[in-house]
Design a protein around this ligand. Structure first.
Ligand code: ADP
Length: 306
């Protein structure tokens, strides 16, 4: 059963991206070449991708905490512009989450994240969450773990379907898998979460998928994706061939598009196709959000989403 609603619960950040000739050494003062203010954060990025491909039958809402600063205005507006329902975003005293991203001439980067409002979720906020049977609830780990736990448990109790993107990895995510419908991780996170020391391939994941109460989805960057329904056989989908220039945000686009396509179709295969296409398209632009991520562009790559 589907309610046609995707609810993303997670982080939003103001990304301050500056370009430098080389990454600064301790004590060094450098002249940067440019400064960009971009909307980011895993929750915001995923809601952006979900709204981009949602189509008429699916609505996308984001619950996230922002500060009482100018950044919050931009963070809200950027999501509202692409059709994300931001009415449930919460303002808390202090600064919004901020990521300071230095990129050098070779494309190497360093990132400092100051969580700000993402670490300041008010007590009891989850009791106000409007959860319905058939909703697809998406959550990642850039917000306090007790909030994640609360969302997952409440969503499962309400009969919603839960997509947990265990990134950045926290091994406590393993304790939530009984209440999760789909766990999405990249290769590095999969190795750490499931204690794999060799290759993350179909063979290694088969033993894990057999035991897992949730659908397993492991993204492998340009090598595509491996996925298996609970207790089922591991299948693979190659990545779509694109001219990738920057894979930042590909994983977030995958998760958001996966959730929206799953909410609409109920089909794991369709959701994996949509996620793969959105991830590939996002790798063709600089930055974490593709400014024109639309259903038509995704379908042109991966075929009809139904
Ligand atoms: P993360 O950003 O979390 O590390 P991945 O890099 O695994 O996530 O990317 C998520 C998905 O996006 C991949 O499974 C793939 O489908 C798509 N993708 C990522 N990089 C590329 C690429 N270079 N070319 C085509 N598709 C890509």
């Amino acid at each position: 059963m589907t309610s046609g609603r995707v609810l993303v619960v997670g982080s939003v950040n103001l990304d301050l991206l500056y370009r430098v000739p080389h990454l600064p050494r301790p004590g060094e003062t450098l002249l940067g070449a440019s400064l960009e203010r971009l909307s980011g954060g895993k929750g915001g990025n995923q809601a952006h991708a979900a709204a981009g491909i949602a189509g008429a039958a699916v609505t996308v809402a984001l619950v996230a905490c922002v500060g009482d600063d100018d950044a919050a205005t931009m963070l809200r507006a950027d999501l509202a512009r692409v059709g994300v329902d931001v009415a449930g975003m919460i303002t808390v005293p202090g600064p919004s989450g901020t990521a300071l991203i230095a990129v050098d001439e070779r494309g190497e980067n360093t990132i400092v994240v100051i969580p700000g409002a993402n670490a300041a979720w008010p007590d009891g906020v989850m009791t106000r969450l409007d959860l319905r049977a058939g909703d697809v609830v998406v959550v990642q780990l850039e917000i306090p773990f007790p909030i994640v736990e609360d969302v997952v448990r409440r969503a499962a109790a309400a009969g919603a379907r839960v997509v947990l993107n265990a990134a950045p990895l926290d091994r406590r995510a393993a304790d939530l898998l009984d209440a999760v419908d789909v766990i999405v991780v990249n290769e590095v996170e999969a190795a750490e979460l499931f204690g794999l020391d060799g290759d993350v391939d179909a063979e290694a994941l088969t033993a894990i998928a057999t035991e897992l109460p949730a659908t397993l989805v492991v993204t492998l960057g340009a090598r595509g994706v491996l996925y298996a329904p609970p207790g089922g056989r591991v299948q693979s989908r190659p990545a779509y061939a694109v001219d990738a220039i920057d894979t930042v945000g590909a994983g977030d686009a995958f998760v958001g598009a996966f959730a929206a396509a799953w909410a609409a179709s109920g089909s794991l295969e369709t959701a994996v196709r949509a996620g793969s296409a959105a991830g590939a398209l996002t790798a063709t632009v600089a930055g974490a959000r593709h400014p024109r991520l639309a259903r038509a562009a995704v379908e042109a790559l991966c075929g009809p989403l139904g």
